[in-house]
Ligand binder design. Structure first.
Ligand code: GLN
Length: 475
C-alpha cells in the first residue's frame, strides 16, 4: 500500500514511531493527485498547486487534513466555490482550523470542491464545475461536501472536513463509500464557517474509517466563546467508544423511511445491514417519526430563509468580487447578479419571500412550529431506544446532469438526512454495501443530542464485522 492509501490512525502510528517522514506522505499525496485529479476534480484552484508541506508541533504530527472551501483558512483562499467570493483570503482561521493546528495537524494547501455556498446534493452547483464520483466518473459524488468525500475515497486525501446543513457530510460520504459524521448542533464551533443556515450548520469529519472519525471529531469539538451556539460540555475521548459490541442495544427502524419511492436495491442493502447488527446482538423494532413527511418543506423554508439573510452581506463592498459601476446601487445589483450562481439566486428569492411581510407567519413561523414537532418525534423515540438506523439517501449516486434541471427532485432526495439537522441531533454514515453497478451505499445511524459515543460504538462494531470500508475504487 502507498502512504496516501493508509488511514489517519495508521499514519499517526507510523509518524509517532518515525517510520514515515511527513515529506514522503505529502509526496505520495501529490503523486496521487497528479495521477487521478484530472478525472476526479475533488480540489479547486489546483492549478496553483502549492506543493508545500505544512506542519506544527502536536500529537497529530503534521498529518494533513483536507478542508472544504467554506471553512476559513488564514491567508488561503476560501471562496465557497462562488464567483462572489473570488479571491477572498480570510484574515483569520475558523476555530476548527485553529484547533487542528494546535493539535499539530497540517492544513492541506488545496481546498475541496463543493456546491456554491453548500447549496446542493451533487457538487454540480460549484462555480468551478462538478466533481466526479471516484466509483463511477459519470456519477456525482453527492453534495455539498462532494470534493471532501471524493478526495478521501480516491486517496487524494487522508481525511477531510465537510459541513452538513441538511445532509452535506453524510450523503456524499454514502455516495463515495467513506465515513461521514454530522455532530450534534453546538458540539463543534461554527466560527469561521461561512454560514448557509446558522441554526442547522455543523462542521464534521469525512474519513476512511470510524476510528479516524472519532479522532477528528475529538480534535474539532468543544466550547468556543466566539460561537454563542456552541455548548459548554466536556468532550469525551471518542476512541474509548470504539468497542466491538452492540449486544442488547435497542435500535429503532423508522417506518416512515423504508417506503415506496426508495430504490429497492438500496432498501435491501439497508435491511441486510440491520440484520448484521441483529446478528451481533442488537435488538431492532419499528418506530414512528410521524412528521417525516413535513421535513423537506420545513427544511427548504427554514434553510432558504436563513440563507437569504446570511448572503445579504455579499454586496461587492467587503468581500471578493465587485462588478464595475459608477453608481453604488448599480454596483450592488450587478455584483450580486454576476456573482451568484443560479441555485444561490433561487434560494435568496425563496428565503426572502418566506420572510416577507404577510408571508412570515404563514410560512416561516409555521415551519418553525413544525420543526419543533419533528424534534419531538426524535425525543420520544430516544426515550426507549439507543439509536435509530436508516438509509442516508433513497438511491445510490446518480448521473451528473440527471437532476440538475429539476431542483424539486434534487430537494426531495434529501428526505432521510434533513430531519437530523432540524432536530439538532448527531448522525453518521458508514459504508454498508454496493449496488450491482458497483456504487457504494451508506448506513445512517442517529442518536440523542451529545451522544456521539453511541454512533461511534455502533458504526465501529458494524465496520469491524464487515469489509465494505476496505474496498477502493479503481482509478
Ligand atoms: N442538499 C441540502 C441542500 O441543498 C443540504 C445541503 C447541506 O447540507 N449543505 O440544502
Amino acid at each position: 500500500m502507498e502512504l496516501n492509501q493508509l488511514t489517519a490512525h495508521e499514519l499517526l502510528d507510523k509518524l509517532a514511531r518515525k517510520e514515515v517522514a511527513l515529506e514522503a506522505l505529502y509526496g505520495a499525496l501529490y503523486g496521487r493527485i497528479q495521477k487521478t485529479e484530472s478525472k476526479v476534480r475533488a480540489y479547486v484552484r489546483s492549478e496553483a498547486a502549492r506543493k508545500t508541506v505544512s506542519s506544527s508541533p502536536g500529537p497529530l504530527n503534521g498529518l494533513p487534513v483536507t478542508i472544504k472551501d467554506n471553512i476559513c483558512t488564514e491567508g488561503l483562499e476560501t471562496e465557497c466555490c462562488s464567483k462572489i467570493l473570488k479571491g477572498f483570503r480570510p484574515p483569520y482561521d475558523a476555530t476548527v482550523i485553529a484547533k487542528l493546528k494546535k493539535s499539530g495537524a497540517g492544513i492541506f494547501p488545496l481546498k475541496a470542491n463543493m456546491d456554491e455556498f453548500a447549496f446542493g446534493s451533487s457538487t454540480e452547483n460549484s462555480f468551478f464545475g462538478p466533481t466526479a464520483n471516484p466509483w463511477d466518473l459519470g456519477a456525482v459524488p453527492g453534495g455539498s461536501s462532494g470534493g471532501s468525500a471524493a478526495a478521501v475515497a480516491s486517496d487524494e486525501a487522508i481525511w477531510a472536513l465537510g459541513s452538513d446543513t441538511g445532509g452535506s457530510i453524510r450523503q456524499p460520504a454514502s455516495f463515495c463509500g467513506v465515513v461521514g459524521l454530522k455532530p450534534t448542533y453546538g458540539r463543534v464551533s461554527r466560527f469561521g464557517l461561512i454560514a448557509f443556515a446558522s441554526s442547522l450548520d455543523q462542521i464534521g469529519p469525512i474519513t476512511k474509517d470510524v476510528e479516524d472519525a472519532a479522532i477528528l471529531t475529538k480534535v474539532i469539538s468543544g466550547y468556543d466563546p466566539n460561537d454563542s451556539t456552541s455548548v459548554n460540555l466536556d468532550v469525551p475521548d471518542y476512541t474509548q467508544s470504539l468497542v466491538n459490541d452492540v449486544k442488547g442495544l435497542k435500535i429503532g427502524l423508522p417506518k416512515e423511511y423504508l417506503v415506496e419511492g426508495m430504490d429497492p436495491e438500496v432498501k435491501s442493502i439497508i435491511e441486510e445491514a440491520v440484520n448484521k447488527l441483529k446478528s451481533l446482538g442488537a435488538v431492532s423494532k419499528p418506530v414512528s417519526l410521524p412528521h417525516t413527511e413535513y421535513a423537506v418543506p420545513v427544511y427548504y423554508i427554514v434553510a432558504t430563509a436563513e440563507a437569504s439573510s446570511n448572503l445579504a452581506r455579499f454586496d461587492g463592498v467587503q468581500y471578493g468580487y465587485r462588478a464595475k459601476s459608477d453608481n453604488l446601487i448599480e454596483m450592488y445589483k450587478k455584483t450580486r447578479a454576476e456573482g451568484f450562481g443560479e441555485e444561490a439566486k433561487r434560494r435568496i428569492l425563496l428565503g426572502t419571500f418566506a420572510l416577507s411581510h404577510g408571508y412570515y407567519d404563514a410560512y416561516y413561523l409555521r415551519a418553525l412550529k413544525v420543526r419543533t414537532l419533528i424534534k419531538q418525534d426524535f425525543d420520544r423515540v430516544f426515550n426507549d431506544f439507543d439509536c435509530i438506523v436508516a438509509p442516508v439517501s433513497p438511491t445510490a449516486a446518480f448521473k451528473i446532469g440527471e437532476r440538475s434541471d429539476d431542483p424539486l427532485k434534487m430537494y426531495l432526495s434529501d428526505i432521510y438526512t434533513i430531519s437530523v439537522n432540524l432536530a439538532g441531533i448527531p448522525a453518521i454514515s458508514v459504508p454498508c454495501g454496493f449496488t450491482k453497478k458497483g456504487l457504494p451505499v451508506g448506513l445512517q445511524i442517529m442518536a440523542k443530542a451529545f451522544n456521539e459515543e453511541m454512533l461511534f460504538r455502533v458504526a465501529h462494531t458494524f465496520e469491524q464485522n464487515t469489509q465494505w470500508h476496505k474496498l477502493k475504487p479503481k482509478l
